[in-house]
Design a protein around this ligand. Sequence first.
Ligand code: SAM
Length: 214
Amino acid sequence: MFDRIAGVYDVMNSVMTAGLHHRWRERAVDLARVGPGSRALDVATGTGDLAIAMAARGAEVVGSDFSEGVLVRARAKSAAVRWEQGNALALPYADGEFDAATVGFGARNFSDLGRGLGEMARVVRSGGRVVVLEITTPARPPLSTFFSLWFDRVVPLLGRVTGENQAYSYLPSSVKRFPGPAELGAAMARTGLTDVRWILTAGGIIALHSGTVR
Ligand SMILES: C[S@@+](CC[C@H](N)C(=O)[O-])C[C@H]1O[C@@H](n2cnc3c(N)ncnc32)[C@H](O)[C@@H]1O
């Protein structure tokens, strides 16, 4: 599916978030605490915007995804990141190889969330950071009403316009079945991460979770 939608993915991101996704990515990079001299891994990197944002802060970055179609787009966008094909559930990296591992809008697609988070924690050194940027379901009106209107009606309509019905009906359903902020925090703590915290932004639609490797 991601191979197929690679061509419309960036435009859809900007339309669906009114361009705000760049700001959320910058906050994820802040939480990853990377800069010159650090090594970072962005898993399920897609077309690479989060990896590119970390490279812009001076970090040495690997962007990894199992879809070759999205990596073609990522490679065309930046040569400052090393783009590699890989499965987030079985990362081809040694223990503690990175100072931080991030995932943007990808954790909800992991077929085994615990395993994906565990792999991110495994490849980060002790004291390093794991950051998860994800869409979450707001609990209270009016945002919950707006959210369900936007996600259940507008997003699938946009999907039909782009000819990608299936992908943009999958998006709302994948968000709904994804754990809420407290549950995701608990899943991160179960992988052994300490100091697990989360920030909700965009009126409670976006969650930024972070934790530190023991
Ligand atoms: C919604 S896109 C997010 C892309 C990007 N991280 C972003 O912030 O826009 C989800 C990505 O996760 C990738 N993905 C899902 N499961 C994966 C896995 N097990 N291993 C590697 N990539 C995976 C898909 O190929 C897709 O590119």
